[in-house]
Every structure is written in C-alpha cells, then in structure tokens.
Design a protein around this ligand. Structure first.
Ligand SMILES: [Fe+2]
Ligand SMILES: [Fe+2]
Length: 154
C-alpha cells in the first residue's frame, strides 16, 4: 500500500511553496493567492494534527503492525471528529478562491497559475473523496478500540 501520509506531506510542502510564490509575484491575482496561502497554512496545521497521523495509523495496520493503545492516535482521531466540519468548510472557501482566480485567468491567461489552482483543486478532491473518509474510518476504529478496552478493564 502506498504510504498516503508521506505523499500528502510532500504535496502540502509543494503547494505551500507555490502558493507563497504566486502570492509574492506581480501577477494581478497575488491578493487572492495571498488569501489562499494564509488559509492553507491554518488548514494545514489541522491536517498535520489529524489526517496525517490517522493515515499513518491506516498504513501501520495495513502493514500488519500491532498497535497498542496510543494516545497520539486517540488525540488525532478526537481532534478530527471535532474539526471535521470546519476543515470541510475551509475546503469550500478555498474552492471559492480558486473560482475567483479562474475567472481572472480567463481575462489574463497564465498557464503556470492555472496549473497551480488545478493542482490545489485536485489536492482538495483527493482529500475529500479518499483521504478524509479513510481518516474518519481510522478515527472510528481507534475510538471503538479505546472504548472496548475501557469496558474490558471495568
Ligand atoms: Fe491538504
Ligand atoms: Fe485539505
């Protein structure tokens, strides 16, 4: 199984760098990229604490590793449950910004910037269609195991 968390990590680093670049250039849409970059930073911090560890958990399980009670995974799962709606709405806001950039690029085409917003959109889609559901499932499993363990101790 491909290690999703490391792919995600790499994509985040690339996106962050490119968004920052685009926000610093005099390209007519730098203000929009500035906003996207700062939203992305806030959003990224949440993903680093939630889906990244949860996807590492999925990887460890699929590699057949025995995972005992691990507070880091429990915390990641609980934080993801708490932040999920907010994180999805941050994606929605980024999609709105992407739409605004695309409108401007229709008037002043820029292949590099079009590629960048396309990359960001694909990233969001990959997360929502595949990675967020995997992380959500992992969070449920972790919580269930934690609860079952608590019952066994009682
Ligand atoms: Fe992301
Ligand atoms: Fe995201």
């Amino acid at each position: 199984m491909v290690h999703q968390s490391s792919i995600l990590d790499k994509e985040h680093a690339e996106l962050l760098e490119q968004l920052e670049d685009a926000s610093l250039k005099n390209n007519g849409v730098s203000e929009l990229f500035k906003e996207m970059h700062s939203k992305f930073l806030v959003h990224l911090a949440k993903e680093n604490e939630t889906i990244l560890p949860l996807l590492s958990y999925v990887k460890a399980v699929s590699d057949g590793k025995v995972i005992g009670e691990d507070q880091n995974y429990i915390n990641a799962g609980e934080k993801f449950r708490k932040d999920y709606d907010k994180m999805v709405s941050e994606h929605r806001k980024m999609r709105d910004l992407i739409g605004k950039v695309e409108e401007k690029l229709k008037v002043h085409p820029n292949a590099q910037l079009s590629r960048l917003v396309g990359f960001l959109l694909e990233h969001i889609e990959l997360e929502e269609e595949f990675l967020y559901p995997s992380a959500r499932m992992a969070a449920k499993t972790i919580r269930l195991e934690h609860e079952l363990k608590g019952m066994a101790v009682r």
